[in-house]
Ligand binder design. Structure first.
Ligand SMILES: [Mg+2]
Length: 154
C-alpha cells in the first residue's frame, strides 16, 4: 500500500508497475523533511540555523573520519576494501543530504543556485583551458562571470 506521501515519490511505469519517480536531490530531501515533520520553508532564524549547521558539522566530521580511515588503509596496505569505499560514499551522501536539508529548511532554491554556480565555474576557462594553482585548484580566468543569485532570495 502506498501512502499519500509515497505518491510523491512513486509513479507507475508504462506497464503499470509502481516505480520510484525520478525526483531530484532537493525534492527527495524535501520529501524526507515533510515525512519527518521537520521545519521547511521557514524564515531565517538563529535556532534553526544552529541546528542545521550542527547537522552539517556532524556529517562533515563523519566524512573526515571515513576519509582518514581510507587514508590509513592506503598508507599501510596500498589498497581499500569495497566496504570502506561504500562507507566513504555513504558519508559523502550524508553531507550532501544535510546541505540540501539546510536549503529546504529555509526554502532556498539550491538546485537552481547550484546550476548557476556551475555555469559560473565553467566560465573560469581561459581560451578553453583551465588556469590552475600549483596545488591543482582552478583559478578564475579573464572570462570569469560570478553567479547572480540575488533574484532567488527576493
Ligand atoms: Mg553520516
Amino acid at each position: 500500500m502506498v501512502s499519500d506521501r509515497d505518491d510523491q515519490a512513486y509513479g507507475k511505469n508504462k506497464g503499470g508497475k509502481l516505480v520510484m519517480r525520478d525526483l531530484n536531490r532537493e525534492d527527495r530531501v524535501s520529501e524526507f523533511h515533510k515525512a519527518m515533520g521537520m521545519d521547511r520553508n521557514t524564515v531565517l532564524n538563529l535556532e534553526l540555523i544552529d541546528l542545521r549547521m550542527k547537522l552539517i558539522q556532524e556529517e562533515v566530521l563523519e566524512l573526515k573520519e571515513a576519509a582518514d580511515r581510507i587514508g590509513g588503509l592506503l598508507w599501510y596496505h596500498k589498497a581499500v576494501t569495497p566496504e570502506h569505499k561504500a562507507h566513504l560514499l555513504k558519508e559523502l551522501a550524508d553531507v550532501q543530504y544535510v546541505i540540501s536539508g539546510f536549503a529546504d529548511a529555509f526554502g532556498l532554491p539550491l538546485q537552481v543556485a547550484f546550476n548557476r554556480v556551475h555555469e559560473s565555474n565553467m566560465s573560469k576557462l581561459e581560451d578553453g583551458k583551465p588556469v590552475k594553482r600549483d596545488d591543482g585548484k582552478v583559478l578564475k580566468g579573464k572570462n570569469y562571470k560570478p553567479p547572480i543569485l540575488l533574484d532567488l532570495v527576493q
